[in-house]
Ligand binder design. Sequence first.
Ligand SMILES: Cc1cc2nc3c(=O)[nH]c(=O)nc-3n(C[C@H](O)[C@H](O)[C@H](O)COP(=O)(O)OP(=O)(O)OC[C@H]3O[C@@H](n4cnc5c(N)ncnc54)[C@H](O)[C@@H]3O)c2cc1C
Length: 382
Amino acid sequence: MRTKADAVVIGGGIIGVAVAFYLAKKKYGQVVLVEKEPFTGAGSTTKAAGGIRAQFSTKTNIEMSMLSEKMFVEFKEETGSEALFDQVGYLFLLSDDDDVKTFTRHYELQRSLGLNVQLLKPNEIAQYAPHVRTDDIKLATFCHDDGLGDPSEFLRGYESAIRRLGVGVELECAVTGFGKAGDKLTSVRTTKGEIQTSMVINCAGAWAGEIGRMAGAEVKVEPYKRMCVTTGELDFVRPFFPMVVDVKSGLYFHKESKGLLLGWADKSVKPGFDVSSDPDYVDTIIEKALDRIPQLETAEIANQWAGLYETTPDHQAIIGYDPEVGGMFHVTGFSGHGFMHAPAAGLVSAQILSGEKPVIDVSPLSPTRFAGAVETHETNVI
Ligand SMILES: Cc1cc2nc3c(=O)[nH]c(=O)nc-3n(C[C@H](O)[C@H](O)[C@H](O)COP(=O)(O)OP(=O)(O)OC[C@H]3O[C@@H](n4cnc5c(N)ncnc54)[C@H](O)[C@@H]3O)c2cc1C
């Protein structure tokens, strides 16, 4: 392992590999990425449902997604690796008057930023998502530029590219502490040895708070368990079936192989690192799914898993230099949308770290925002 580096990236999830990729492309210097598990993606990345959407409620998140969607389309040109961004669209179903008002406001903001999002009447929904019950639906929003991707495929693409570009990738290499001179970090201590560096990039996802604590920094990220379930083959799931979000119940579903992937965020879960499968959680997902898609009555469950959302108090990412600890930069806290924001997050972080003006103004994502009253919350979180 290298014992000196210009930057050490902590965490081999989609965010860490994307940041390392753009740093390497910018010839930042010697970059080392450290991951505690035996393979990259072992944290939340390989548990993600693969949704990619620009239908958010804040300007920054919409811009991060619109840039990322372009970058997902151009991924092969950029990294040399094949990975499919299947632009089947995202469909938000609205059955509540307040949600109709809120999503109409989001729609107007999204359109003003150039997003090709549409409002759909209930009778226009079946053409995209057949067999979805619409009798209580008042309105839907749909964006064809949104869609699905396999997080592992994109992760592998970035990983091969960073290895080719000379980034040191250290697996089974857990960060255990830091060397410091005053308030400044001088080294990263790991289970494989110490790396001298003046720049540490915290991409540890749900573990970013722990990494912060080791360095004496407060990182406002908490881990929350989230579960997904997949079904066996279903004859009504066609290749064009989009991601559907039932806003009132919080259920989401999209095509997965020849069946559906079903997911839901149980908001009563307390923060913690437990990712054991919970039968009650699974039952609730199935109940909600049967209510929205009665045809699922005969479906078989193919698989189920739990992973962690890395959640901040305002459900927006943290991107920027730590205000207290010198030489520490955070790219974390994506609150359940880190896969879809990885390309833009990687690029803007590398731009800031290289002293350039980032293509998107990410100052609303600065870690300093929690010192005062938080101004903007992302409300479209699933
Ligand atoms: C069920 C579920 C569904 C989701 N669906 C979507 C979706 O549809 N779309 C979307 O965009 N996002 C989705 N997400 C969220 C997405 O998975 C995350 O936002 C994203 O993976 C965050 O990437 P990351 O690289 O920050 O974190 P991670 O992938 O968790 O990577 C962090 C890495 O840091 C490593 N690490 C931690 N501590 C240390 C240490 N001390 N030393 C060294 N390494 C360390 C971990 O092992 C881990 O590999 C979903 C998440 C879950 C759980």
